[in-house]
Design a protein around this ligand. Structure first.
Ligand SMILES: Nc1nc2c(ncn2[C@@H]2O[C@H](COP(=O)(O)OP(=O)(O)OP(=O)(O)O)[C@@H](O)[C@H]2O)c(=O)[nH]1
Length: 183
């Protein structure tokens, strides 16, 4: 089977670890320094469930509740990973704004989204429980997981989840029980 080309945008508040998650996946290393992103795309080949993908991960500039999200984040993007960090209440609020903006532009049924609570290694700084993250994702009917950009297995699982979510949507599985009926 030929490789499928897909593009995933990583979005969320500043400093939640968007770049670090992508770098951990692509380069298998954790970068401790903080260098605010303007915009960057990392391309890598990955095989999930026997299918090869040429995956473009778009590392966006961090958003806040007032950000106007550039149009190109809605065009030619196949899926979104919405990131907050478990040690930041603000980032948890911002991720809700980002979700609302994506849904406004793309519509709820069509858009593959994964919610991720990053920095789960910061046990003593945690202010958002795993349960809170899970509840938010359930209200959106999207997959949820916690990860740490320091731990490759959790990051690999995140990317696999994102790719599987895209594939499910492409195959017409909305992941929702109640379908849309036109009258
Ligand atoms: N302990 C811990 N630190 C992390 C983790 N992920 C990222 N960091 C640190 O958090 C800081 C910000 O990480 P970035 O990956 O640059 O965050 P970002 O979301 O891309 O930031 P912007 O470019 O401003 O949007 C850096 O100092 C990282 O080393 C993690 O899982 N655990």
């Amino acid at each position: 089977m030929p490789a499928k080309e897909r593009k995933i945008a990583f979005m969320g508040f500043r400093s939640v670890g968007k770049s670090s998650l992508i770098i951990q996946f692509v380069e298998k290393q954790f970068v401790d320094s903080y260098d605010p992103t303007i915009e960057n795309t990392f391309t890598t080949e990955v095989r999930v469930n026997g299918q090869d993908y040429l995956l473009h991960s778009v590392d966006t500039a961090g958003q806040d509740e007032y950000s106007v999200i550039p149009q190109n984040y809605f065009i030619n993007i196949n899926g979104y990973v919405l990131v907050y960090s478990v040690n930041s209440q603000k980032s948890f609020e911002v991720v809700k704004h980002v979700y609302d903006k994506i849904i406004d532009m793309k519509g709820r049924m069509t858009v593959p989204i994964v919610l991720v609570g990053n920095k789960k290694d910061l046990r003593f700084e945690r202010v958002i429980s795993e349960e809170e993250g899970r509840r938010l994702a359930e209200s959106w009917k999207v997959p949820f997981m916690e990860a740490s950009a320091k731990e490759h297995p959790s990051v690999k699982e995140l990317f696999e989840t994102a790719i599987n979510t895209m594939t499910m949507k492409e195959n017409g599985d909305s992941g929702e029980k109640n379908g849309c009926v036109l009258s």
